[in-house]
Design a protein around this ligand. Structure first.
Ligand code: APR
Length: 234
């Protein structure tokens, strides 16, 4: 089976009602990004950061995977599909995608402040607490204070190297719903072998090299068109 690598951004979850970051009305219109999603911000006011992610957890558990997430799962019938996502939601996994690599962390997970190898999944980790989706500066799990298992701005992206190895083996590479603003994620395209077909699905696409085939559509519609192009719409 050909290796189909799909790199997704916030636009992938837009049709599930999850706000993107830089569209008008997006998260960064409402929250000062360096206060709620940076290492300095967490050091300065961890309570604000915990509440920002608690609010996003509450929205996520109320959301469902959309037709685009399901279309990616359908492509597993014909291709060896790898998803590399900038998203911290778990909608790809909940749709049934088997191989998902998160570049920027996972919203439903937290990790010990004093040992980053200790990662806990909410709400299991907080079962019995008044709100198993909510963490605070005082939340302790197994005796460890915790933080969001999120890659904050100003922090390294440990999964980028494995992501480049996956991209370098792609027979087909697809980018969906990202403004290409954030590095190193936006540089993933550079690791795709020359000659490999590249598609970019986005209703308001960023400028990309001319070897990229742009499908100017939302995720669900764009994936339906891509499936037809790939002969996977049977
Ligand atoms: N289907 C597909 N794409 C969509 C849709 C949709 N229904 N709606 C909007 N989009 C596109 C927008 O046109 C835009 O290109 O999704 C993209 C969203 O861009 P951003 O909000 O910048 O999100 P993203 O590129 O994923 O941000 C990258 O920035 O703040 C950090 O860590 C955060 O992972 C995030 C990173």
């Amino acid at each position: 089976m050909k290796k189909l690598v799909i790199s997704t951004g916030a636009g992938m979850s837009a049709e599930s009602g999850i706000a993107t970051f830089r569209d008008s009305g997006g998260l960064w219109d409402k929250y000062p990004v360096m206060d709620v999603a940076s290492a300095d911000g967490f050091a300065r006011n961890p309570a604000l950061v915990h509440e920002f992610y608690n609010q996003r957890r509450r929205e996520l558990v109320a959301a469902e995977p959309n037709a685009g997430h399901r279309a990616i799962v359908d492509l597993e019938r014909l291709f060896n599909v790898y998803v590399i996502t900038q998203n911290v939601d778990n909608l790809h996994e909940r749709a049934g995608s088997g191989k998902v690599l998160h570049l920027h962390g996972e919203l439903m997970k937290v990790r010990a402040l004093d040992d980053e190898s200790l990662v806990y999944t909410l709400p299991d980790a907080l079962v019995g607490s008044p709100d198993p989706l909510a963490t605070s500066v005082d939340t302790v799990i197994d005796g460890h204070k915790v933080r969001p298992h999120i890659v904050f701005f100003q922090e390294a992206v440990p999964n980028f190297e494995p992501a480049t190895e996956i991209a370098a083996e792609a027979d087909i590479f697809v980018v969906i719903g990202t403004s290409m603003n954030v590095y190193p994620a936006a540089a993933l395209l550079r690791y795709v072998r020359p000659g490999v077909p590249v598609y970019y699905i986005d209703p308001n696409p960023a400028t990309v090299p001319d070897y990229v085939t742009v499908i100017r559509a939302g995720a669900s519609e764009g994936l339906a068109r891509l499936a037809a192009i790939l002969g996977a719409d049977a």
